[in-house]
Design a protein around this ligand. Structure first.
Ligand code: ZN
Length: 163
């Protein structure tokens, strides 16, 4: 007969599962719910409901997806502004585009910060980010001044993100 699991049998098993999924330390959980660390470890390895684990992964993937959507939106926006600037041969419009892009990047950095706290993706090393970065810098080639400003803004954002 397999031994009974004190965690599965626990009246607050659901709360314990949530704590385990949120990465709360076994010691903390053991103290809070008066169960042994050994039982928690065994429970985590073999009993933690698989669908709960999957649900959490799905949530994180959804979050990462919406972040990538933001990157794509930002790219489209920046490109359309830069295209207008190119048509007009207008540095002021190009700089406005850079400011717009910088605002989006800051928002992105904030989102990224929220994700990083949960230890998921790093946008600055994602292929989408790198291609966006390259596209914007290329589009700004006719505008060296704007290009320098954007490059500085990008470095700033990336430094903040990397923190
Ligand atoms: Zn169990």
């Amino acid at each position: 007969m397999p031994r009974k699991c004190t965690v599965c049998e626990h009246p607050q098993a659901e709360e314990i599962n949530t704590a385990l999924l949120n990465g709360v330390s076994l010691r903390n959980i053991a103290e809070r719910y008066s169960v042994s660390k050994t039982a928690l470890h065994r429970h985590k390895e073999s009993h933690l409901p698989a669908d709960l684990v999957k649900a959490r992964e799905a949530r994180e993937i959804a979050k990462a997806d919406s972040l990538l959507d933001q990157v794509i939106e930002l790219r489209d926006k920046a490109l359309s502004i830069l295209a207008k600037a190119e048509q007009a041969g207008d540095l002021r419009t190009a700089l406005q585009g850079v400011r717009e892009a910088k605002g989006c990047l800051e928002l992105l950095a904030k989102l990224q910060g929220e994700l990083a706290q949960e230890g998921t993706v790093n946008i600055t090393i994602s292929p989408q980010w790198l291609s966006l970065r390259t596209v914007i810098l290329q589009a700004l080639e006719p505008y060296p001044e704007a290009r320098l400003k954007l490059a500085a803004a990008l470095r700033e954002v990336e430094a903040n993100v990397g923190r």
